[in-house]
Design a protein around this ligand. Structure first.
Ligand code: PEP
Length: 248
């Protein structure tokens, strides 16, 4: 199981380091892979604060280019150099608020892989798309858009996160059955393109919290969680990690 915290636009430098240390203390002894994704400016300090612990550090975004005149961008090799093992790519907030297309998500995914940073590729439908019965079209379209040009070997190195947009930051959660249905569809898509599809982690994200984590993580195709709001409190995040340990 992989439990990843997406801190979004929260925590200044000191608060990031405090939260990272509190998480490391609270999840000590867990069998899970635990990851925290602070804001860019805190990554280096958090990475240092987590040395000697089992918690990994990742980023929330990456540039689609590696170097050059791209003001304000942060590249995959830069992330790797400050200790990032993972990077979130194509989060719905970036797609909706910053105009990230499937093509941009695909390029970022490839850049991350080339720098040996594992991309966590986010897919998921809006409420409107779910009501129009378009979940499989949308999710398969996003998978094809992000991963379609990669080799089987490259696809085997990604993490996928199913994040229904209507469940992110809303307090609404997909039921375990709703989530499992889409995770199975994602697994089937991966199975046609990678030989190790059963080992590719597929995370659920969308208002996962201590009270609902166990039910979601018990599903056969849910291999962990991408956690927003509940990752900002070490005790809540650790409770989700404990639920993942139980589900292993
Ligand atoms: C997210 O933004 O990836 C997320 C899952 O947020 P939340 O847990 O707050 O819904």
């Amino acid at each position: 199981m992989l439990i990843a915290g997406n801190w979004k636009l929260n925590t200044t430098l000191d608060a990031s380091v405090r939260l990272a240390k509190a998480v490391a203390d609270a999840v000590d002894g867990s069998e899970c892979d635990v990851l925290v994704c602070p804001p860019f400016v805190s990554i280096d300090a958090v990475s240092n604060a987590l040395l000697g612990t089992s918690v990994h550090v990742g980023a929330q975004n990456v540039s689609a280019t590696d170097e050059g005149a791209f003001t304000g961008e942060v590249s995959a090799p830069m992330l790797r150099a400050v200790g990032c093992s993972h990077v979130i790519v194509g989060h719905s907030e970036r797609r909706a608020l910053f105009g990230e297309t499937d093509q941009i998500v695909a390029t970022k995914t490839a850049r991350a892989l080339a720098a040996s940073v594992t991309p966590i590729v986010c897919v998921g439908e809006t409420l409107e798309e779910r009501r129009a019965d378009r979940v499989s079209d949308v999710v398969e379209g996003q998978l094809a858009g992000a991963l379609g040009d990669l080799s089987a070997d490259q696809i085997g190195k990604v993490v996928v996160a199913y994040e229904p947009v209507w469940a992110i930051g809303t307090g609404e959660t997909a039921s375990p059955e709703q989530a499992q249905e889409v995770h199975a569809l994602i697994r089937a898509w991966l199975s046609k393109r990678a030989s190790n599809a059963s080992d590719i982690p597929i995370l659920y994200g969308g208002s996962m919290k201590p009270g609902n984590a166990a039910g979601l993580l018990a599903q056969p195709d849910i291999d962990g969680g991408l956690i927003g709001g509940a990752s900002l409190k070490a005790a809540d995040f650790a409770a989700i990690v404990a639920a993942a340990d139980e589900a292993e």
